[in-house]
Design a protein around this ligand. Structure first.
Ligand SMILES: [Zn+2]
Length: 309
């Protein structure tokens, strides 16, 4: 029954998408149309193109990610719409990217505990190089830093009758990704380890790579079940089957790239060899994806066991 209700919520959400011109990559503010109720307790808000998963029970709110920068007021209004007078007790960061942590300061200042992987804390709290933009990013203000850090072991917490499980996904989209699973609601927030609309991204400089990305997807499939709803970092909420299909496609890409890199190929060779062709999706920036993939593959060359394909 829970699954059927969840699916109805999902379908309603899709209808809103179809009729309101829901734009994933934009910077528009959340409106009522951008609050998608998945179950009685879990909603997803589109905050400037970034999905914020919201768990609500009584006067307690738990968020996964805090939206794109400058979306704080709009996100707060959306939270008011979901649960007036409730406060955010816990904020998870799936990873360090600014689009997913853009309003950490706001929720941290109002008392929320910000939970993230140690590597996410490192990338948020230090100046760091952004190769694709050829510039340094300054460390975020201290108020944006995660305040409770996890390492490798999965953890869980109970709040409002919900069992919330969370854990590390080694070297996937970044070096510090975590999932957050609302077990009773059966909603799994995975950040950018799923990317149904935008090109999948491998943030190689922080430790993301294609091998880790597929391994992480396998882990997520084990955590969930066929009724699980999966919330990506951006784009529409996915069914388990849709996520499984994305995993299969990324596995094909991984196998092809392993062959290419063993032959000593770089991203242009990979592109010329058509490694992204004949698939059920196309890339907006295939060379960028392959450049990042090649960087990560060479950085993980000790894992390219020929028997691993
Ligand atoms: Zn990201």
């Amino acid at each position: 029954m829970k699954g059927r209700n969840a699916l109805r919520g999902l379908l309603a959400g899709v209808l809103v998408v179809a009729t309101s011109g829901y734009v994933y990559a934009g910077r528009q503010s959340p409106t009522a149309d951008d609050v998608h109720r998945l179950t009685d307790s879990v909603s997803v808000v589109n905050a400037g193109g970034t999905n914020v998963t919201v768990f609500s029970a009584g006067d307690t709110l738990v968020l996964v990610d805090s939206g794109a920068p400058n979306q704080g007021d709009a996100l707060a209004a959306a939270l008011d719409n979901i649960a007036p007078d409730a406060t955010v007790q816990t904020l998870f960061n799936t990873h360090y990217h600014l689009d997913n942590t853009g309003n950490n300061e706001r929720f941290g200042a109002s008392g929320a505990t910000i939970i993230a992987h140690q590597r996410t804390h490192q990338w948020i709290s230090q100046d760091h190089w952004i190769p694709a933009e050829d510039r340094y990013a300054k460390a975020r203000p201290e108020g944006a830093w995660p305040t409770r850090l996890i390492f490798n072991a999965p953890e869980s917490m109970e709040t409002g009758g919900e069992e919330i499980e969370y854990g590390y996904l080694l070297g996937a989209h970044t070096g510090g990704d975590i999932y957050v699973y609302f077990r009773n609601a059966n909603v799994l927030a995975v950040g950018d380890v799923a990317s149904p609309v935008r090109d999948p991204e491998l943030d190689w400089i922080s430790g993301g790579w294609i091998g880790g990305y597929v391994d992480a997807m396998d882990r997520l499939l084990e955590i969930g079940n066929t009724e699980t709803l999966i919330v990506p970092g951006t784009g529409p909420v996915m069914t388990y089957a849709e996520f499984e299909a994305e995993r299969e496609l990324m596995e094909v890409v991984r196998q092809r790239l392993f062959v290419q890199v063993r032959a000593g190929d770089g991203p242009q060779n990979m592109l010329d060899a058509g490694v992204l062709e004949g698939l059920d999706r196309t890339w907006d920036e295939p060379f960028k994806f392959l450049y990042d993939a090649a960087k990560g593959l060479w950085g993980n060359h000790n894992k390219l066991d020929p028997d691993g394909i």
